[in-house]
Design a protein around this ligand. Sequence first.
Ligand code: AMP
Length: 196
Amino acid sequence: MRLILLGPPGAGKGTQSARIVEQHGLPQLSTGDMLRAAVAAGTPVGLKAKDVMASGGLVSDEIVVGIVADRIEEPDARGGFILDGFPRTVPQAEALDRMLAEKGIGLDAVIELKVDENALVDRIAKRVADTLARGEPVRKDDNPEAFKTRLVAYRELTAPLSEYYAKKGLLRVLDGMQPIDQVTAEIARILQPQPA
Ligand code: AMP
């Protein structure tokens, strides 16, 4: 199964991806996690991505498409995957379509978590508090300034993907304001094998 989780920062993509990983055994391919690892390791990609990530902007399509192209070649991704945080622009979605078409495979579903933007700021504040409570370092882009930039990037560059995937008949929209378990249950229903 090949899935995309769409939604603004703080919509719960990471939380739900982790649950899908657990329940369906699919690897979670999070471009945000991969980029943060590259920044931490000081790789050439990390050096290029560092400042733009800290400001809340988007890393170039070329970089992220390259990362995803390499990652989906790895053995654990052969049987399927969940993409979390990718694609984030129409050119990224087009590049993904080409990559999958070359392999003769396609996407099964694109699940969009719809959330009220006003609630997102509170969610991010909670994520910061939870992270601090676990004694872990807080993400550099979880501050009000960068968060605003991330929301604008979402609205302008990522939101058009809903229409892109709706036209392909792949889009499933869920109410991401529901309790976490409810969202998980709805995703599970979508992922149930359809009767032939
Ligand atoms: P995330 O963990 O998905 O919120 O991503 C954190 C940051 O990594 C984003 O704000 C971007 O700077 C960068 N990033 C992650 N995925 C992408 C992507 N698909 N395209 C461009 N930038 C990305």
